[in-house]
Structure formats: C-alpha cells, structure tokens
Design a protein around this ligand. Structure first.
Ligand code: ZN
Length: 208
C-alpha cells in the first residue's frame, strides 16, 4: 500500500505546492516572500497565506501579461524609428487602447505612448475621466504624462523601468504622490523593468 504524506496531511501538500510554485516563479519578489513565510508561520495560517497569495498572484499575472503587450508596442515603435516606449490602457480587465511613441511620425511633441492611449480610451468611453482603468507603460512617465494621468483620474499606473533623466513618478519629480493633489494614483513599478530598459538601451546603442 502506497502511503501518501500529502493525503494524510493536506496542509503539507498545500505548503509544498505553494513553496514549489513560489520557488519556481522568478518573476516577482512577492513569491519569495510567500515561499519563506509558508515555512516559518504556524500551519494554521497556511490557508490564509494561500488565499492572500492567490489574490496577489492573479493581479501580478495580469500585470505581467499587460506589460508584455506594452513591451510589444515599444518594440513596434523602435521598428518605426521612434523612441521605444509602449503603453496599454486596460478597462474592465481588457485592453482598450494601445500605442507606442509617435512623436517623430506625427511631428507632435505630445505624442507619447501614454498620451495617445489616454486620448483613445477617453474617446472610446466618451468620458474625459478614466475611472476603473489601469495604465501600463514600459518606462516611468514624464512630467507631461504624469500630469495627464492626474487630469484623467487614472486610478492605477504600472510601469517598468525608472527614467533617471525625466521620470516624474519618483526619479526626477514626484508628481503623482504630491499631497496637494486630491487624486491619488496607485503605482506599481519595476514590472518587467529589465526588458523595458534593454529595449531602450539597444535602440540608443544602435543609433550611436
Ligand atoms: Zn511622457
């Protein structure tokens, strides 16, 4: 007769599955937090940890998926000779608008990827306020785009790499977290940052 440790001790199975999942997933530090937590907390807390992990994991997976789409827009911009930054605007869990930078093609200094998707989404929703949306962009937004995010009341911003030469979320300015504003944006940074930065670096290296 085969004895299953997992069958007799379901909590062992839960912990083992969670640990393996987290240990095998290199995409986010939250996984390593859960992987270490599950081994150190009393087993009675494991179901709670699993529940919390499931919620956070689903959001992180969605963030990674949408950021991949923004990266695809960045690559398309590079092919068109534009500075490779891409953005997607998500509404109700679906992509409503997507674009890369178009400043050179359109002779328009305001045609950053973020501005284009905000305009397109507002047009599609027939509303200049973009409630229940999330903006994904490969590089930290500049001051113009951060201002537009506030004007549009975008509730959530997810970006990849920081921009030390113009980023207006935390690198050069901290526009979104200014306490004088009555709109607060929830910000997640560093999502697929290495890939976003690498696309930008390759683009500029090829032009030198
Ligand atoms: Zn911008």
């Amino acid at each position: 007769m085969r004895v299953s440790l997992f069958r007799h001790f379901p909590i062992v199975k839960q912990s083992a599955v969670l640990f393996l999942h987290c240990a095998l997933c290199p995409s986010a530090s939250i996984h390593s937090f859960f992987a270490s937590s599950v081994l150190s907390v009393p087993s009675a807390l494991t179901p709670f940890l699993l529940f919390l992990h499931a919620i956070l994991s689903a959001e992180m997976d969605a963030d990674l998926q949408f950021m991949q789409e923004a990266l695809a827009e960045a690559r398309a911009s590079a092919s068109a000779g534009e500075v490779p930054i891409g953005a997607v605007l998500v509404y109700d869990g679906k992509i409503l608008a997507r674009s890369g930078n178009r400043t050179i093609r359109d002779n328009d200094p305001t045609a950053h990827a973020e501005i284009i998707v905000l305009r397109e989404a507002a047009r599609l929703l027939s509303n200049y306020r973009l409630a229940n949306t999330a903006l994904y962009v490969t590089i930290e937004p500049c001051s113009m785009c951060a201002g537009a995010i506030i004007q549009a009341r975008v509730p959530r911003l997810i970006y990849g790499a920081d921009d030390p030469k113009g980023g207006a979320v935390r690198s050069c300015f901290e526009i979104l977290s200014n306490p004088s504003l009555n709109h607060q944006v929830e910000v997640s940074s560093g999502v697929l940052a290495a890939e976003a930065a690498s696309i930008l670096q390759s683009f500029f290296a090829a032009r030198r």
